[in-house]
Design a protein around this ligand. Structure first.
Ligand code: LLP
Length: 420
């Protein structure tokens, strides 16, 4: 459920009409609804009521300072994958004790920063990483709280670029190696083994791979107990999918939590949750203006002022994003197929092919749906295009959290060598 609805024929974010925002910030821009963020957070937490858990929002999905602050105010922690994200989480008000640090390529410097900040846990993904972390912690005279990310070798039915839980993926320690690596970690005096972690992929809409992966982890946890290694945390990552296509209802937090209870609930550990997309995905829109309509010989094109550099998902994963005309069109208006494209000089800069839309014209506003996760965070300045603003709405209020930089700011980091 989201809070983008038509009122008097105009699409609103909560109580704010999108044309009003377009006037205030120009297009394209991202807009996030506080009410949706809060609702998704609450629904997720309620599903886990009674089971000890910690919700660490995956900031890679949306690192906007105000979005993260909104969630932190409700008690969320953060899952971060770089020192940059960690600093952003701290700035947004997430307590260090609620931050987990994931990722296959943490540098020694990042590890040191995380240890000094006093975060909840570092999720280690390989044996060499474990040795590096032990060295960094020893040098600082600190004890590193460590979870080992295990690769359960489970195939998740999702786009191959966002599946992470098969043995051939770069993530995690092989399940059969895990007991030996846990033993090694437990023997290193600068480490405190706090848990096990896994994450099998993203936009998963079938519970079976979760059940299979969690079952394997439960077996590992029980085996470790027998080895004298008791784990405080089982970090199950993120990955629960969302409806991108209006009217579809993939399994939600309740079904997901039921699988967690069934497979891991008896182990007495705190479950660490790292949802990203589920919290933020349907809390955001990318609003764009039609630059022109081009009638090609074989196809028709709706050319927007937003491009693949602003929302990469369709180009990168053939992802589907709903396209809403901001001015509602009467129900009986005829729909015609049209390719919705951006201005970037690549054919891949296509948001939708043959999408059935009502007649739209130059200057009209459209909103691309489900853009609150992996939208603004994946943007680039390709084709000399500035990063687009991000606006947070709360009831009838809005705030421009990130404004559009001007060209001077974009060039501020560049300088010419003295021979030119
Ligand atoms: N935890 C870990 C260790 C992860 O790698 C991820 C996502 C998450 C949590 C959050 O997963 P979520 O709940 O959002 O599915 N850019 C892609 C998605 C990449 C996901 C990477 N890892 C996309 O736009 O679909």
């Amino acid at each position: 459920m989201h809070h983008f609805t038509y009122r008097d024929g105009v699409l609103h974010a909560e109580d704010v009409a999108l044309p009003r925002l377009a006037e205030a910030v120009g297009t394209p821009f991202y807009v996030y609804a506080t009410a949706t963020l809060e609702r998704h957070y609450r629904v997720f937490r309620q599903a886990f009521e009674g089971l000890p858990h910690e919700l660490c929002f995956a900031m890679k999905a949306n690192g906007n300072l105000a979005v993260v602050r909104t969630l932190a105010n409700l008690g969320a922690g953060a899952d971060v994958v770089s020192a940059g994200e960690m600093e952003m989480a701290l700035m947004a008000g997430v307590p260090a004790g609620r931050i987990v640090f994931s990722g296959v390529g943490k540098t020694a410097e990042e590890m040191a920063r995380a240890l000094k900040a006093g975060i909840l846990q570092i999720n280690v993904e390989s044996e060499p990483e474990l040795e590096t972390l032990a060295g960094v912690a020893a040098e600082l005279g600190l004890t590193a709280p460590v979870a080992l990310r295990v690769n359960p070798d489970v195939a998740a039915d999702t786009h191959h670029k966002i599946a992470t839980g098969k043995a051939e993926d770069k993530f995690g320690i092989d399940l059969d190696r895990a007991p030996a690596v846990f033993a090694r970690a437990a023997a290193l005096p600068s480490l405190e083994v706090t848990g096990v972690a896994l994450h099998i992929g993203s936009q998963i809409t079938d519970m079976a791979p979760f059940a299979a992966a969690f079952g394997r982890i439960a077996g590992l946890v029980e085996g470790l107990k027998g080895q004298g290694i008791a784990l405080k945390h089982i970090d199950i990552g993120g990955g629960l999918g969302i409806p991108y296509i209006e009217g579809t209802t993939p399994p939600g937090p309740a079904e997901y939590a039921a699988v967690v209870r069934q497979t891991l609930g008896h182990l007495g550990a705190t479950i660490v949750l790292e949802p990203g997309r589920l919290i933020a995905g349907n809390a955001g829109l990318l609003v764009s203006r039609v630059v022109r309509v081009k009638e090609g010989t074989s196809r028709r094109f709706l050319i927007l002022d937003a491009g693949m550099n602003d929302l990469l998902r369709p180009a990168m994963y053939e992802a589907h994003h709903h396209i809403h005309p901001v001015q509602a069109v009467p129900g009986e208006a005829p729909l015609r197929p049209i390719d919705v494209v951006g201005p970037v000089c690549e054919s891949g800069d296509t948001f939708a092919r043959g999408r059935l839309l009502p007649e739209l014209k130059e200057g009209d506003l459209v909103a691309l749906g489900s853009a609150g996760a992996y939208g603004a965070v994946m943007a680039s300045t390709y084709n000399g295009r500035p990063l687009v603003p991000e606006v947070l709405v709360n009831g009838g209020r809005f705030h421009i959290v990130r404004r559009r930089p001007d060209l001077k700011e974009m060039l501020a980091l560049e300088s010419l060598p003295d021979w030119l």
